[in-house]
Design a protein around this ligand. Sequence first.
Ligand SMILES: Nc1nc2c(c(=O)[nH]1)N[C@H]1C(S)=C(S)[C@@H](COP(=O)(O)O)O[C@H]1N2
Ligand SMILES: [Mo]
Length: 400
Amino acid sequence: MLSVLLEMRPRRASGLPPGQRLLRGFPRFADNPLRSPPLTGSLQLDIDGEGLAAPLVLKATDLAALPQCSQTNDFHCVTTWTTQGLHWQGVSMRDVWNDIISPLLAEGAAPTFITVDGLDGHSAVFLLEDLLGPDVLIATSLNGQPLDRRHGAPLRLVSPGQYGYKSVKHLERLALHNQEPRSILGSKEHLRARVAFEERHKWIPAWILRRVYRALIPITAVLAERSLLLADSPPAIRRDAAQGIRFQRPAAAVAAVLVANIASVHAYWALGGRWPGTDEMSLARRVVGDTTAMPHPAAIALVPVPLAGVAALLLDFAGRSRLSRPAPRKRAGLRLFVILTALRALAGATGSTIAVLRGTKVPYFRLDLLIFSPLCALLAGLTAFVVAGEGGTRRVEKKR
Ligand SMILES: Nc1nc2c(c(=O)[nH]1)N[C@H]1C(S)=C(S)[C@@H](COP(=O)(O)O)O[C@H]1N2
Ligand SMILES: [Mo]
């Protein structure tokens, strides 16, 4: 995921179309990045609509019978990123039209609009003239490899002169129309979307949209990558992501900060710090209940060691991607921490309550009741919540 972000830094470069910025890689991108790419079965393209007496189905063999072409093009997304030098192979849309569709049109039929649909529900509207441009391809391979799920398997339309949203991936269907059909993309879709004329949107001026779109590039790329990862993940993980282990990560982050602070305070005492007391005795009366002295500094210095480990584990949980689960040992470590902090909270709650009820004058017991024990209970709860999310995943997975 991080590498996706690092790659997503479009730069100014000379020779690009108006408003475009150069990107080194070719990210997975999508009009709706939350939508996973479809599982694709055998290659098949349906063609129907006005002017055709009967729907047509093109199979792999029909496409293989047409002249195969290859071309190298730049690809321009409407959000302003451009990637250069993509090498596509496939059949020319013009050949499909002239050799297969056109002969089957009824006398006098002259459809002028075509909708192009993808298996994931994406769709684009074309003026026939644009679809029959000399460089419009039905691509079967990219850079020498058959198209993969990332870039539009098994078939993809490639229209280099138009913004990327016209280059429909996972091509499923062409439909012919006499009148301009409604766009499922709404006003986001310009009928022509010619890159050279910066036709980004039906009515919002390109110079405004550039900035808005540009800001959306990294998040779109990350979400699109995530949907691809999800599509390739086991069902249990997909379900998890759908339900959202949404609050576990912030909980882990909060717990990590608390634990790190507790560790720091112990380190400070080990080094001779006396706050929140004024001397050793008053400090001891506040934080350990002993009325004479603090434990040996070496003993205090040992406390931050396991706590730093716990903080690191919690940070690991807070920062991990939802799709990668921490190792069982890390979860076991946090479970042990849950047990210890819960026991500490319980002991404090009972012991200190009794002491306070007996009218003790040692400030530790009141602080323990008000701060230390509740803090331990909070940490136990937060950490249990964090690990429970993970456990849930594991249980579902076991059932498979
Ligand atoms: N089926 C389908 N095709 C699609 C899209 C989509 O969401 N679904 N997004 C379009 C957009 S906005 C862009 S920029 C390109 C991205 O292509 P890529 O994922 O190969 O980079 O695909 C286009 N074709
Ligand atoms: Mo795009």
